[in-house]
Design a binder for this molecule. Structure first.
Ligand code: MLC
Ligand code: AMP
Length: 503
């Protein structure tokens, strides 16, 4: 049996000496380099006792080596488990204990503080930095440069990606080789990727967008990428004349739209600008089009499903819509209560079925069951409507979720931490419009009688427990939270009251 996903990547390589990655420092990685290092790393994984199906948890800075480590995991039959570099020890402790990885790869500067929790969950610790160093690379240099890829079928797991949950507990979405391969193929076809494409890769590689959408689509096309460590306006502007495609979250386009250097001339070599992970405002779509002459192509997906819909490459890219279902993917709108499918034009729950949809949540069969209909459709938690032309419009969220700069933040998780702070009686976390991040995480907090709360101190405490992007941009101290007659906090009233907070 072949290795379902990696074989497809290997087969897309047009020539071993073709370029796959050009780093910010100008280092070139050919496909041959990638095959050799991924073989060496796969040998290290096997020598470390990583067996097929074992999880390899990775929390490292973005680098070409980190991307190759993902490929090495595929080749070794391991389940790749990337983690946001911002996660604190408290957050990681949960992931390690839940996923029980056989191996954890961390940044050298975090090794000491993670040693205890890594050994506590029975894993081996290796390090990798973004400058070509770390224990795993040192071992790779003396490991064999050939590796017989482990057999993996379409349904075998390739990765687990944690998504935050409405209950505050993160859930590990299990993604199979074919979930990833089918989606990469559908996107390649829809977005007309070829080996001639040169992607500007400025997204993090620990989420679906930067890891699977950006990297897998480039790999399956035998194309190449400019790998930036993170979003960097100046560097992106400088690369526009050499690249063909940019993938980003709406914040990328808000920032590019405000830059004088972005114009028809500087973007003439680019064929496609893609946005996703959060709603792209029609205003951003319009401003970018006026400035650069390109209609941003917006698509819609999520960790559990990979990508579901995309505006068309040739047809009309309609601002404010996420386009049409991808080839092989079924999207329907269902009644929120009964689950009965609704006709075009009616708003309800967006539900998805297809080879892209995940295998379930790790260790959570009940949660998995609750999020699928009996006929196999996955309940996304997004509210939408499908228009007469088949375009999907996302009109809201059925889940209590804030999306800030493309990162999902579940209020419940922040509220739980806030409520544990001395002197806090209760809290409510919600999102309000933020020009740069789309939504700004905001908290309203009520003090216990006699207690005095200080915003800065509360942020310091939260900062020790939560990744920085989750921290509220403001914590407002209020006398009481608005409640309905059932006693439920009315976040819509809070959102209205503080609508202009970040203007
Ligand atoms: C950074 N900060 C954020 C933030 N990013 N705060 C809220 N929301 C964010 N997204 C904070 C930092 O902690 C820091 O605060 C301050 O803002 C400045 O940090 P920075 O590092 O200079 O920010 P910047 O590099 O400009 O990052 C912004 C960004 C980045 C939008 C470029 O967040 C980003 O790359 N986002 C992409 C996320 C993504 O890939 N999402 C896809 C998920 S998959 P302090 O206090 O520390 O100074 C998915 C499915 C799908 O959703 O459909 O794709
Ligand atoms: P995540 O759980 O991090 O994978 O985020 C997935 C969620 O991001 C989806 O359920 C949507 O709510 C949101 N999302 C992704 N793409 C878009 C988009 N183009 N427009 C609006 N929301 C989006």
């Amino acid at each position: 049996m072949p290795n379902h996903l990696f074989d497809a990547f290997r087969n897309a390589i047009s020539a071993p000496d073709a370029v796959f990655i050009e780093t910010q420092e100008g280092r070139i990685w050919t496909f041959a380099d990638v095959l050799t290092l991924s073989a060496r790393l796969a040998n290290v994984l096997a020598e470390s006792g990583v067996a097929p199906g074992d999880r390899v948890a990775v929390q490292v800075e973005k680098s070409a080596e980190a991307l190759v480590l993902y490929l090495a995991c595929l080749r070794a039959g391991a389940v790749y488990l990337p983690l946001n570099t911002g996660y604190t020890v408290a957050e990681l402790d949960y992931f390690f204990n839940d996923a029980k990885p056989a191996l954890v790869v961390a940044s050298p500067q975090n090794a000491e503080k993670l040693a205890g929790i890594v050994s506590g969950c029975g894993a081996v610790l290796e390090t990798l930095d973004d400058a070509g160093g770390g224990t795993i690379l040192a071992r790779a240099t003396v490991a064999g440069s050939m590796f017989a890829d482990v057999d993996r079928g379409p349904n075998d797991l390739a990765a687990i990606l944690y998504t935050s949950g409405t209950t505050g507990r993160s859930k590990g979405a299990m993604l199979s080789h074919d979930n990833l391969l089918s989606n990469a193929k559908a996107l390649k076809e829809t977005w007309r990727f070829t080996a001639a494409d040169r992607l500007i890769h400025a997204l993090p590689i620990f989420h679906t967008h930067g890891l699977f959408v950006a990297s897998n689509v480039t790999l399956i096309s035998g194309a190449s990428m400019f790998l930036l460590p993170k979003f960097d306006l100046d560097r992106i502007v400088a690369l526009l004349p050499k690249a063909t495609v940019l993938m980003g979250v709406p914040t990328f386009y808000v920032r590019l739209s405000e830059d004088e250097r972005v114009n028809r001339e500087s973007t003439a070599h680019m064929r496609l600008f893609i946005s996703g992970s959060a709603p792209l405002l029609s205003e951003t779509h319009r401003t970018f089009r006026e400035r650069a002459g390109h209609a941003i192509l917006e698509r819609y997906g999520m960790t559990e499903t990979n990508m579901n819909t995309s505006n068309p490459y040739d047809g009309e890219r309609i601002a404010g819509t996420v386009g049409l279902p991808l080839p092989g993917v079924s999207v329907r709108v269902a009644d929120m209560e009964t689950g009965a499918p609704l006709p075009a034009g009616e708003t309800g729950m967006l539900e998805v079925k297809g080879p892209n949809v995940f295998q379930g949540y790790w260790n959570m069969p009940e949660k998995t069951k609750a999020e699928f209909r009996n006929d196999g459709f996955f309940i996304t938690g997004d509210l939408g409507v499908i228009d007469g032309r088949g375009y999907v419009h996302i009109v809201g969220r059925g889940k209590d979720l804030v999306i800030s700069g493309g990162y999902n933040i579940y209020p419940k998780e922040i509220e739980t931490e806030l409520d544990q702070i001395d002197g806090v009686f209760e809290s409510a976390v919600f999102g309000v419009p933020h020009k740069d991040f789309g939504e700004g995480v905001t908290a309203a907090v009520v003090a216990k009688p006699g207690a005095s709360l200080v915003e800065k101190d509360m942020l310091t405490i939260l900062g020790e427990r939560l990744a920085r992007y989750k921290l509220p941009k403001r914590i407002l101290i209020v006398d009481e939270l608005p409640r309905n007659t059932m006693g439920k906090v009315q976040k819509n009233l809070l959102r209205n009251a503080y609508h202009n907070l970040y203007d």
